[in-house]
Design a protein around this ligand. Structure first.
Ligand SMILES: Cc1ncc(C[n+]2csc(CCOP(=O)(O)OP(=O)(O)O)c2C)c(N)n1
Ligand SMILES: [Mg+2]
Length: 344
């Protein structure tokens, strides 16, 4: 593909080869996984809703680079990338997409409803902005327990116009909750561009009314996301309360698999892909700085392809949930004796 020169050249001196390779690998895993999910959807192996994250990979990979053990994350329905970036298994995510027993929710949740207690991933939420107050609640738990963990609460530019976001901002700042509000501004909410739906110039600036600091970040540049993320996380860990990052990004695919895409031109999408692609940017840095050879990157591409193909095979071979499973996981089971919920 002919690629116009981008602003990304050699990586800054303080960024190591290993770091760059990790970002490249993690972003590529998300991209190839999503492409495969799109294929399986086309083959009728995935049903229901399916929102792909292609184009936005640098956002979650840059922020995961700032996380430490015990940090939490919660997001919307566009969630496969967040799961892979925090270390959830490709097999479990793909099998959930195909509605099989081997999936993270035993095949009963699908694309928008996956969770991992082990990786502190709290979903996967289909109601726009519903995860925002929940994210503040997770942060409240950490504050209450007295640790210095943070919660990454992701939501979109469309969700940023929901009232509950501002109720949450108020309480989060009032109680100094350690929550990083990450607005993934991909410039569209379904078919509505941010220009048509939103009066204010910046979304991060709306925190000012509540005393919450924030900034806008180039979400196609994983290093810029990481640098801003570190600042936000340091603020939260120091007990100074929430921080807002408005990360400017772009989704290449439709809103969901059933999007007719009539609200933007093909040229607009192609220009972004050609000039700003976050994975190509890191690839250029790796090659320009002689951190990796074409052959090394080819080997890495193959490794990722193998992981994704394996996840698809697993997802096809895993059985559908047994009929009895209709009646399980509806209410919490095996609660400890005398727990508040048991007594309720
Ligand atoms: C409360 C509510 N209203 C409307 C919808 C339908 N809906 C689903 S996604 C979406 C757009 C949200 O856009 P944005 O927050 O920018 O996130 P993106 O899809 O771009 O990641 C809408 C309106 C919904 N799921 N929930
Ligand atoms: Mg959006």
């Amino acid at each position: 593909m002919a690629r116009k020169p981008s602003s990304a050249k050699d990586a800054p001196a303080n960024v190591s080869k290993d770091e760059l390779l990790k970002y490249y690998r993690d972003m590529l895993l998300i991209r190839r996984f999503e492409e495969k999910a799109g294929q399986l959807y086309g083959m009728g192996l995935i049903g229901g809703f399916c929102h792909l994250y292609i184009g936005q990979e640098a956002v979650v990979v840059g922020l995961e680079a700032c996380a430490k053990e015990g940090d939490k994350r919660i997001t919307s329905y566009r969630d496969h990338g967040h799961m892979l970036a925090c270390g959830m298994e490709a097999r479990g995510v793909m099998a959930e997409l195909t509605g099989r027993e081997g999936g993270y929710s035993k095949g009963k949740g699908g694309s928008m409803h996956m969770f991992s207690r082990e990786k502190h991933f709290y979903g996967g939420h289909g109601i726009v902005a519903a995860q925002v107050p929940l994210g503040a609640g997770l942060a409240f738990a950490d504050k209450y327990l007295g640790n210095d963990n943070v919660t990454f609460t992701y939501f979109g530019d469309g969700a940023a116009n929901q009232g509950q976001v501002y109720e949450t901002y108020n309480m989060a700042e009032l109680w100094d909750l350690p929550v990083v509000f990450v607005i993934e501004n991909n410039q569209y909410a379904m078919g509505t561009s941010v220009k048509r739906s939103t009066k204010s110039v910046s979304l991060f600036g709306r925190g000012e009314a509540f005393g919450i600091p924030g900034e806008q970040v180039d979400g196609m540049d994983v290093l810029a996301v990481k640098a801003a993320g570190e600042k936000a996380v340091a603020h939260c860990r120091a007990g100074k309360g929430p921080y807002i990052l408005e990360v400017m990004t772009y989704r290449y695919r439709g809103h969901s698999m059933s999007d007719p895409a009539k609200y933007r031109t093909r040229d607009e999408v192609q220009k972004m892909r050609d000039e700003r692609d976050p994975i190509e940017n890191v690839r250029e840095m790796l090659l320009t700085g002689n951190h990796a050879s074409e052959d090394e990157l080819k080997a890495l591409d193959k490794e990722i392809k193998d992981i994704v193909n394996d996840s698809a095979e697993f997802a096809k071979e895993s059985p559908e949930p047994a009929l009895e499973e209709l009646w399980t996981d509806i209410y919490a089971e095996n609660l400890p004796q005398g727990s508040a919920t048991e007594n309720a």
